[in-house]
Design a protein around this ligand. Structure first.
Ligand SMILES: O=C(O)CCC(=O)C(=O)O
Length: 288
C-alpha cells in the first residue's frame, strides 16, 4: 500500500477522475531525467517532439511514443516502485504500461493541446486506464499545465472534430467543441510530481508562455485484463505482477539504451499505434 495517497485521494480519483499532485521523484532524480532527455536532444535534435522518423537519424523510427523501449532511464522510471505502488491502488496488482507519450512545449511556444478524451482514440478497452503525467520541468499555468473537467469520465464519449491545427500537439488536432471552461481546473506540478487521471476525462492545455521548457511524459497504465479493440495486435510492458490474459504481446525490458530486442518491438509497436491513432481519419492524413 502506498503511503503517498490515502483513502480520500482514492475516492477522489474514482469520483472526479483525477488526483494531483502526487510526489514521486526527488528534485535530484528529476534533474537527472531532464539531463538524460536533453543529452539525447543535443545529440539527435528535437526527437521527443516529433512523431515521425527524422531523416538522417541512425535510428529510423520515432521517439515520441513508446520510448521506454529505447532508453534504459525511461524503462526504469516507468517501473519505479514508488510510482507503481500508487498505480496499483487503481489498476490492481497486475499492471501493464501500455505506452508512453512525450509532451514537450518549448519556452514561449505556441504548442497547445485541445480539449479531448483519450479513450476515443486509443482502442484500449478497460475502465481502469490511468494516465500518470510526470512533470520533468515546472508545469504551471504560465507554462501550460494540464487542465481538465472533473467528473467528465462518467459521462458519454463526447464528439470530437479533427482540426489538424499545426500547433496542436495531438495527432489529428482532435477537439471537443464548446467546452464550458468555467468548470476546468488546472493541475500545476513541480518537477518530479505526477498527475493521475482517467483516460475518459476531458483535458487540454494552453501554450507555454514561460521562459523554460515544459517537459512532461504521459505514462499509460492498465490492468492486464485490458484489450486493444482497434487493431489485431498491440504490445505492452508488464511492469508488475503476472499476465494471465495475454491480450498484449509483452515487450522486453531493455537492458541498455537501444537494446536491439526492445528496439525491434518499439518500431513495430510505434507503427501499429500510429495506425490506431489515425484510424478513420480523412484521406490525405495517412498513418504512415
Ligand atoms: O501535456 C499536455 O499538455 C497534455 C497531455 C495529454 O493530453 C495527455 O497526457 O493525455
Amino acid at each position: 500500500m502506498s503511503t503517498l495517497i490515502d483513502d480520500a485521494a482514492i475516492k477522489q480519483y474514482w469520483d472526479s477522475g483525477y488526483i494531483s499532485p502526487v510526489p514521486i521523484f526527488s528534485a535530484n532524480e528529476t534533474a537527472e531525467l531532464r539531463t538524460a532527455i536533453e543529452t539525447e536532444e543535443a545529440a539527435r535534435g528535437p526527437v521527443f517532439r516529433e512523431d515521425r522518423p527524422r531523416p538522417g537519424d541512425p535510428f529510423q523510427g520515432s521517439y515520441r511514443f513508446k520510448s521506454h523501449l529505447l532508453f534504459k532511464w525511461l524503462a526504469d522510471a516507468i517501473r519505479d516502485p514508488r510510482l507503481l505502488d500508487v498505480i496499483e491502488q487503481f489498476t490492481g496488482p497486475n499492471i501493464l504500461c501500455w505506452t508512453t507519450h512525450w509532451f514537450i512545449k518549448e519556452a514561449n511556444s505556441a504548442n497547445y493541446v485541445s480539449w479531448h478524451q483519450d479513450s476515443n482514440y486509443w482502442g484500449v478497452e478497460t475502465d481502469k486506464l490511468v494516465s500518470a503525467w510526470l512533470a520533468v520541468s515546472p508545469s504551471t499555468l504560465e507554462s501550460g499545465c494540464i487542465r481538465l473537467l472533473p467528473g467528465s469520465h462518467h459521462g458519454p464519449a463526447l464528439d470530437h472534430v479533427d482540426t489538424w491545427e499545426k500547433d496542436n500537439m495531438l495527432t489529428r488536432g482532435q477537439t471537443i467543441q464548446n467546452v464550458d471552461e468555467s468548470k476546468a481546473i488546472n493541475l500545476e506540478l513541480d518537477p518530479g510530481q505526477v498527475a493521475l487521471f482517467d483516460y475518459r476525462l476531458a483535458h487540454a492545455s494552453h501554450p507555454n508562455s514561460s521562459n523554460d521548457r515544459r517537459i512532461g511524459i504521459g505514462i499509460r497504465y492498465v490492468p492486464t485484463s485490458a484489450r486493444q479493440v482497434r487493431a489485431d495486435w498491440d504490445s505492452a510492458s508488464l511492469v508488475r505482477g503476472v499476465d494471465n490474459y495475454g491480450h498484449f504481446e509483452l515487450e522486453p525490458e531493455p537492458a541498455c539504451d537501444f537494446d536491439p530486442a526492445a528496439v525491434a518491438i518499439q518500431q513495430k509497436a510505434d507503427a501499429e499505434q500510429r495506425k490506431i491513432y489515425y484510424k478513420g481519419a480523412e484521406p490525405g492524413h495517412a498513418a504512415e
